[in-house]
Design a binder for this molecule. Sequence first.
Ligand code: SF4
Length: 475
Amino acid sequence: MATPRCREDRPGRAATGREGSRLTKKLFIRTYGCQMNVYDSGRMAELLAPLGYAPAEAADGADMVILNTCHIREKASEKVYSELGRLRPLKARRADAGEEMIVAVAGCVAQAEGEEILRRSPVVDIVLGPQTYHRLPEMVARATRAAPGRGIVATDFPIESKFDHLPAARTADGPSAFLSVQEGCDKFCTFCVVPYTRGAEFSRPVAQVVDEARRLVAGGAREIVLLGQNVNAYHGAGDAGDVGLAGLIRTLADIDGLTRIRYTTSHPRDMDAELVAAHGDIPELMPFLHLPVQSGSDRILSAMNRRHTADDYRRTVARLRAARPDIALGSDYIVGFPGESDAEFQATLALVREVGFAQAYSFKFSARPGTPAAALDDTVPAAVADARLAALQALLAQQQDAFNAATVGSELDVLLERPGRHPGQLVGRSPYNQAVHVAAPAALLGHELRVAISHVTSHSLAGVEAGTPDARAIA
Ligand code: SF4
């Protein structure tokens, strides 16, 4: 992949649809970081449901709190320790009242820090890495019995896949569902912690993915977003040997009721011919691809160990556009990588101008402890990096606005995902991953609707109903 895209904190986003009146304990999960963490939080909530835990909206009053952390952010671990400091009085108050509050730290910070978390923050009962959360019920049972201050750490990379131990009865909690198909990364980009926190590349078997996808569709999902740190390196075991991402998408596209497939996040080197062809001939595969490039300079790409050049990227884009002329592209950029000269930054701007992006995420380089790039000393002065970031973001915003403005006057099929801020308004996604606002009855939530795009608002589109809702909506 590249740098995960969704960086906002997501309190309480772990509802699974399995909560019910028999559940009596409150579980609060705060999720930081990318879609993979959102997926993992949902699965942790499912694991704990049989133990009587139901999702709660706040840490105050919860019987268990999980911080599902991300290591991509600057000063990620310090932010986790601050959050743990805020939990301390809540836990003490519950202890005074004879009530329990189990505190667990999960995710990539847990993997990177391990025992250190227990040493610095005795409020923590459980530290668990991304590959061990299937053992959560057992850890909770042990934490309940353990003496105060005797925390449990599980940050190994087990031989057996956690997916073999997760509950099968998963259902969708909306029309668009995440599905993890691949984890870990063998690319070792010099700025990235993922190979250290998530471990080596691992792909789930095809049958397991298809089974989960069928359950999601039966539960109401119309769109599935296949997730992986390096998702297009997917090579899962199938009936007749290893299957690549294109083969997996072809199999999933046959599932009745599944109308949209996306995948994220990809590496340019793994855009093989089969996957490019899939964009041309699988209608369910949406015409938006997030394909991080990071820099337009070959010297910087090499220093990042990206294993592709700017021209390789250009050629991949050309192949994709030949297969699917309307494909829209997203990307990630890092500016101010150690040693980046002005000319090298200009090469990035040139690549952006040439390719044209519908959406993109750009960040200033910040060193992640333990990564090779953190040891580089030729740092770019902060003011220079700031100015470069501002220039790049202005160009990317211009391109996004132009892409959105070009859809005005056209009709787009929109998958309606949630109510809007105004009464009678629904919000959904276009095939190109744009947010679209439309006045429509709430009964159409979860269905596709053809919308005539009338105008552009900031980073989203607005329109009016233009056609008949899809068959399931009017059945
Ligand atoms: S090391 Fe892997 S996960 Fe990290 S940026 Fe590179 S390809 Fe993406």
